[in-house]
Design a protein around this ligand. Sequence first.
Ligand SMILES: [Zn+2]
Length: 69
Amino acid sequence: MTYAKHSAICPVCKGNGYLIKKQNIFSVWNWTWKYSKTVDCKMCHNQGEIEYEEPKIVPFSGSSSCPHN
Ligand SMILES: [Zn+2]
Protein backbone atom coordinates (compact mmCIF):
# COMPACT_ATOMS: atom_id res chain seq x y z
CA MET A 1 0.00 0.00 0.00
CA THR A 2 1.30 3.43 -0.86
CA TYR A 3 0.69 6.26 1.53
CA ALA A 4 -0.16 9.32 -0.46
CA LYS A 5 0.40 12.49 1.46
CA HIS A 6 -2.01 15.29 1.00
CA SER A 7 -2.05 18.75 2.38
CA ALA A 8 -5.10 20.85 2.84
CA ILE A 9 -5.73 24.37 3.96
CA CYS A 10 -6.38 24.32 7.66
CA PRO A 11 -10.12 24.78 8.18
CA VAL A 12 -9.61 26.37 11.58
CA CYS A 13 -7.33 29.28 10.69
CA LYS A 14 -8.03 29.17 6.95
CA GLY A 15 -4.38 28.94 6.04
CA ASN A 16 -3.13 31.76 8.22
CA GLY A 17 -1.45 29.56 10.76
CA TYR A 18 -2.80 31.62 13.59
CA LEU A 19 -6.06 32.85 14.93
CA ILE A 20 -6.98 36.38 15.82
CA LYS A 21 -8.92 36.67 18.99
CA LYS A 22 -10.79 39.85 19.54
CA GLN A 23 -11.87 40.99 22.90
CA ASN A 24 -13.81 44.03 23.84
CA ILE A 25 -12.14 45.59 26.81
CA PHE A 26 -14.85 48.09 27.39
CA SER A 27 -17.31 50.08 25.41
CA VAL A 28 -18.76 53.49 26.00
CA TRP A 29 -21.80 54.43 23.91
CA ASN A 30 -20.80 53.32 20.44
CA TRP A 31 -17.11 53.46 21.01
CA THR A 32 -15.40 50.23 21.85
CA TRP A 33 -11.86 49.63 22.86
CA LYS A 34 -10.97 46.43 21.16
CA TYR A 35 -8.04 44.25 21.84
CA SER A 36 -6.90 41.61 19.45
CA LYS A 37 -4.15 39.13 19.75
CA THR A 38 -2.91 36.31 17.65
CA VAL A 39 -3.06 32.83 19.00
CA ASP A 40 -1.31 29.79 17.71
CA CYS A 41 -3.48 27.50 15.69
CA LYS A 42 -3.38 24.17 17.41
CA MET A 43 -5.05 22.40 14.54
CA CYS A 44 -2.18 22.87 12.11
CA HIS A 45 0.57 23.91 14.55
CA ASN A 46 1.00 27.27 12.82
CA GLN A 47 1.57 25.70 9.45
CA GLY A 48 -1.58 26.99 7.83
CA GLU A 49 -2.16 23.66 6.25
CA ILE A 50 -2.54 20.18 7.53
CA GLU A 51 -0.94 17.12 6.12
CA TYR A 52 -2.58 13.82 6.23
CA GLU A 53 -1.93 10.44 4.82
CA GLU A 54 -4.58 8.87 2.73
CA PRO A 55 -5.43 5.89 4.94
CA LYS A 56 -6.00 8.18 7.90
CA ILE A 57 -8.55 10.52 6.44
CA VAL A 58 -10.87 11.86 9.04
CA PRO A 59 -13.72 13.90 7.65
CA PHE A 60 -14.15 17.36 9.07
CA SER A 61 -17.54 17.87 10.63
CA GLY A 62 -19.26 15.31 8.50
CA SER A 63 -18.74 16.98 5.16
CA SER A 64 -15.94 15.67 3.02
CA SER A 65 -13.39 18.29 2.09
CA CYS A 66 -11.11 15.85 0.35
CA PRO A 67 -10.53 16.93 -3.24
CA HIS A 68 -9.75 13.40 -4.28
CA ASN A 69 -13.23 12.05 -3.93
ZN1 LIG B 1 -4.62 26.20 11.43
